[in-house]
Design a protein around this ligand. Sequence first.
Ligand code: URA
Length: 250
Amino acid sequence: MNDTKNSIYKNYSNFSDKVNRKDMENFIKSYLKSLGFSYNQLAKKDPTPDDAENTCKDKNELMRRLINEIGDCKRCELYKTRTNLVFGVGNPCADIMFIGEAPGEEEDLKGEPFVGRAGRLLDKILESIGLSRKDNVYISNVLKSRPPENKIINHMSSIDACLPFLLKQIDIIKPKLIVCLGTISAHSLLKIKDPITKIRGRFFRYNDIKVITTYHPSYLLRNPIAKKEVWEDFKKIKEMLNRLREVENV
Ligand code: URA
């Protein structure tokens, strides 16, 4: 029993730096599991395949409505120079979401995030942990329109206009885990200002959702030496996602 207690405590203290409602719920689920009970059975709420399908249908529908709402957006001056608005790609029912900074040239031409060199690298990294943009992730950016010459730093005020749409995307998807790619993504979502060297690889929260930041794939293209740290971050991402999926199924 002592071993069980220790392992529960270890799991719990690894799992959370600060107690919040979601962590407490997950802790209780793990505890019940260790005693051989199922939270869903006790709560009489075993999800059926139909439930999952309905929730997924709802998310697809809500995302379609959000695309309608953003429309041919003119909420900041970037509409004047963009070719296509780049809303997002992937599965709105995914349990993990990746957030980049802003579309680059190729993304602007295609209307899809992360399709250039950095995107191809991201796809490879995703594949290495069993994820794919077609099936089980959702990818978007803080800005939905390309800043001229990719100089997002000259268009920080556009973030105020665009961020509400990212937050609505998150609210529809309700992912278990968010991965911020790069400083601007992390700062915009978490409302912090720490340098990326200080925050990468650490878990934060946005509402009840775990958030981790890693280097942006474009940075990796310029500094391949940082791949080692990104690999460490992605190992954590995979472990945390497995853990969150496990507690959901208890
Ligand atoms: N960089 C980003 O942050 N997002 C993209 O979609 C492409 C490159």
